[in-house]
Design a binder for this molecule. Sequence first.
Ligand SMILES: C[S@@+](CC[C@H](N)C(=O)[O-])C[C@H]1O[C@@H](n2cnc3c(N)ncnc32)[C@H](O)[C@@H]1O
Length: 201
Amino acid sequence: MAGPSTQFWQEKFTSGQTPWDRGSAHPQLQLWLAAGLIPPQAQVLVPGCGRGHELVALGQAGIAALGLDYTPAAVELARANLGALPGRVELADVLQWQSPAPQDIVYEQTCLCALHPDHWQRYAQQIHRWLKPGGLLLALFMQARRESAEQGVVEGPPYHCDINAMRALFPSELWDWPAPPYTAQGHERGWAELAVVLRKR
Ligand SMILES: C[S@@+](CC[C@H](N)C(=O)[O-])C[C@H]1O[C@@H](n2cnc3c(N)ncnc32)[C@H](O)[C@@H]1O
């Protein structure tokens, strides 16, 4: 398998080297919640949930989301973080997991950019299968372009989620795209994430 393994992520979590982690829920999730995009009864999936800050924010809003992660340490931390709040966490590989029921919303934050681009097609197909028609993909596309990209080097994680690549990965035949420009949410590590809401046709 190209890219990081579950062992790579396990070591990140057990050593506490998780530079992507804001220590709290992503500000864009709070904006999407405030905008009423995530109704209380919605079936919400959070792939690659890590420590689960977003599950906690959703749980606090009364939304019982399902977090997926294939790294045991992440699952343990997310379950501890979630505590008695609504929601749950499953140990699962997002490239293999099958949804028992159609999802209303997939919240994609730093899972795509954690996967080597060789796996992006598979992951995009998975998201498409999980969602019901009309379901929403709330995406934060990581902008982390490196100079080595000019020589064709694929470097990550985080792997740069170029908007042109995203258009190819989530094609307009399958997804309704809002018109740009999109909000860019900055990260203290110098990255930014483009907030885009896609609707499955
Ligand atoms: C960069 S971290 C982001 C965690 C969380 N989304 C956040 O923003 O704090 C990427 C996460 O995706 C998980 N992950 C990577 N590949 C995965 C896969 N194939 N299946 C499930 N989880 C995966 C890792 O274990 C890790 O928790």
